[in-house]
Write a protein that binds this ligand. Sequence first.
Ligand code: WQD
Length: 333
Amino acid sequence: MATLVTGGAGYIGSHTVAALHDAGRDVVILDDFSNAARRAVDSIRSLTRSDLPVVEGDAGDLEVLDAVFDGHRIDSVVHFAARKSVAESVSDPLGYYRSNLGSVISLAAAAIDRGVPRLVFSSSATVYGSASAPPVTEDSPTVPESPYGETKLMGERILADAAAASEMSVTSLRYFNPVGAHPSGLIGEDPSGEPANLVPRIMQVAAGRRDRLEVFGADYSTVDGTALRDYVHVMDLAEGHVAALDAAMTPASSRVYNLGTGSGTTVLQILGAASEVIGSSIPYEMAERRPGDIEASWADCTRARDELGWQARRDLAQMLADHWNFARQQSSC
Ligand code: WQD
């Protein structure tokens, strides 16, 4: 039996495939490579098995899903495949609702139709918006502030309703800010196009592919005036998916978990830690706040610790060292 990982060639997906393999699970990847490099497949196979099945296709396409379920014995699904740019979702809301919710509905229908008992859904801390002062728990108000965040919250609700009407159980994982890479340096964050996120941009500056970092906002009510986030190692996140699949769940049930470290770090603190790891200063300049940004966000992860036995184990220095190890290899190739 195998776990179907949609978006399995992407950033968090590829690391989860490696963690599932290390936990003794067989995996089938489904990816349309819209936001993942095909070269990642060779790296993933070198970390897992050379014949790891990879199907190219859209996770919302019922014919593609039929072919996957007909061709492989699938006993669980981890669903990553989604468009994930907050800014892009604001300019193309219908595209985001069609794509992200279409794949949730089609995949859940196919999985239930085939009697698949377990599904883990890749959600996001953006479902909380800025409505709650951190640390946020899974019971904090969810008020997304972008169509992207709405697709994640609606996805959770669609899957919870689908589970309740079937024998499937669903676990939704709300990630905070993923950072880092596999210790081998063979897989990491390698988005198609220009990154919008902080750490990939810092790494571009360090690798000489960007002149300097713009720090978006220096007037927040934080220790140094810059915004604060809960950065979590992508390998810790990957292991959180294994823990979610391993956890006992009653059929027709659903559960939501925060995956973070439980502590916050400011932009300037990230810059300082990155300079330490890279061994050189990172040129930056203060700039205006970025529209849509919130001041502070970090998680309360008590539920994942108590119910999944999961806690983030890797610290900020490890996150940045592993991220840099991958990024500089990317720059040299
Ligand atoms: C972090 C901080 C920026 C770039 C987003 C998505 C979220 C999730 C993770 C998918 C903020 C500041 C950034 C830069 C900066 N993705 N920053 N200069 O916005 O917290 O979360 O990515 O699930 O859904 O919303 O992450 O890395 O973009 O920003 O100062 O060039 O770094 O203002 O305070 P964010 P980020």
